[in-house]
Design a binder for this molecule. Structure first.
Ligand code: SF4
Length: 223
């Protein structure tokens, strides 16, 4: 494996090209949690509309979300898609969060991750979104964009499951202190999303790409 296939090198290249991204676009840890659940299988722009609906109705709080019926909540978050399922998940998450909030903030990262994964509808990516962006823990989020870019740049061979990818990146950055890693993982995930949208799309736009990774030219038609 050469230097190009190193997560830290990839992070530096993307950061040099795109600059700081300043994520997560939210106003509070709880809003991050709501966004992490609503963004499952949906573009972020649609989630923003759903969150705005909650905000203007003064329901963007644990108490607010639990104060309405599931069908009322589903109607408000309709723009985020899968709104019946997500309304059920969101209310389930809020009940759980309200019951355990104080202990959660004191838990170490591994225990907190296990607790989050025990909530209905919270899978590894959602749990890690919440850990990183709401609880500010040094956790790397793996999403479909991460897999795509890691595969094309040779960091992954293609069939790795979620956990090996996450731990590989976290180990690569382990020499840094916790607070620095939180900032780095925040930036890295945001940079990956930016790169996946601007260049490394499903059909990649390799012209002008800062990585020039050598992804097979037969698949990398740039127009
Ligand atoms: S060169 Fe093409 S395939 Fe490689 S990272 Fe850039 S856009 Fe993606």
């Amino acid at each position: 494996m050469g230097e190009e296939a190193n997560p830290i090198h990839l992070f530096r290249q993307l950061h040099h090209h795109y600059g700081p991204q300043h994520w997560w676009p939210s106003e509070s840890p709880f809003e991050v949690m709501v966004g992490a659940i609503l963004t499952q299988n949906t573009a972020w722009e649609r989630v923003e509309t759903a969150i705005e609906n909650l905000r203007v109705n003064q329901l963007l709080s644990v108490e607010g979300i639990l104060s309405v019926s599931q069908s009322e909540l589903a109607e408000l978050i309709r723009p985020s898609g899968y709104f019946n399922l997500k309304s059920k998940r969101l209310q389930g998450y809020c009940s759980w969060y309200m019951e355990h909030e104080e202990q959660l903030w004191k838990m170490d990262t591994n225990r907190l991750r296990e607790a989050l994964l025990g909530v209905n509808g919270v899978g590894p990516e959602t749990a890690d979104d919440i850990l990183l962006y709401a609880f500010e823990r040094p956790v790397f989020v793996v999403d479909a964009y991460t897999r795509r870019i890691f595969q094309r740049t040779g960091i992954l061979s293609g069939d790795e499951s979620y956990e090996p990818i996450r731990s590989r990146v976290e180990q690569a950055f382990s020499a840094e202190g916790g607070e620095i890693r939180v900032q780095q993982f925040n930036e890295f995930h945001a940079l990956i999303v930016a790169h996946a949208k601007q260049h490394c799309r499903t059909r990649p736009l390799c012209d002008g790409c800062p990585l020039r990774c050598g992804y097979p030219s037969t698949q990398a038609s740039s127009r």
